[in-house]
Design a binder for this molecule. Sequence first.
Ligand code: DGL
Length: 271
Amino acid sequence: MGPIGIFDSGYGGLTVFREIAKKMPQYDYIYLGDNARAPYGIRSFEVIYKYTLECVERLFAMGCPLVVLACNTASAKALRTIQQRDLARYSPQHRVLGVIRPTAEVIGAYSQTRSVGILATTGTVVSASYPLEVEKFFPDVKVYQEACPLWVPLIENGEFNSPGADYFVQKYIHQLLAQSDQIDSIVLGCTHYPLMMDKIRAYTPPHIRLIEQGEIVANSLQKYLERHGWMDQLCSKNATRTFYTTENEVNTADKVELFFGAAVKVGHIDL
Ligand code: DGL
């Protein structure tokens, strides 16, 4: 038995982890943020895949039977290859899940106009994972995407509340909405983005719904564990939370506390 691993390139996955821990407090969790190498969103497939695999393998080595990629970019670029190629090296009791499919599975319920916008990293947008996945579940829903390459750096550097952030927040939302006046729902398709929700809301017309992934992914994980009782048996339940970063642990602890809403101790790991 072991903890559930939650991975992100940096702090963004905390927006998903927060909801998972709220919904299922009984499990043990290890959160790993690869802050030293964030952002992932602007990197090539090969690099994102390599970095993600290293983090997944480290979480497996720490005893996690199940790892959630709480990162759209890693889910878009690395998940399938890891599932199809790398998991075979491990015992069949190891699993890796992502965040794009759970979001695509429910997206149809949010849109009246059947026109949904996706704000995400360049990597996620270029992969076309959202249009492809949404098509499988809701062929009548049209997906419009806009890459927001500067949002993750603004968030990772703690600048998302500064006046300088406004220009780029407004710019990408405007570019997305210029693609269609039918868009009535926008997915924040990067787990970092809810951290600047107030600013995104301020520049989005009030009739447009902004969709965060945290609760969606938490619901999906809960259902997964209900469906796969054998995996649930492998997930230990002592309600512990452990945080690791590839960056400086003291700086990271301050930020994690800010985003997670509780004091935490962060350990450092080298990859
Ligand atoms: N939180 C990651 C995502 O959901 C951010 C990616 C990055 O590091 O650029 O895509």
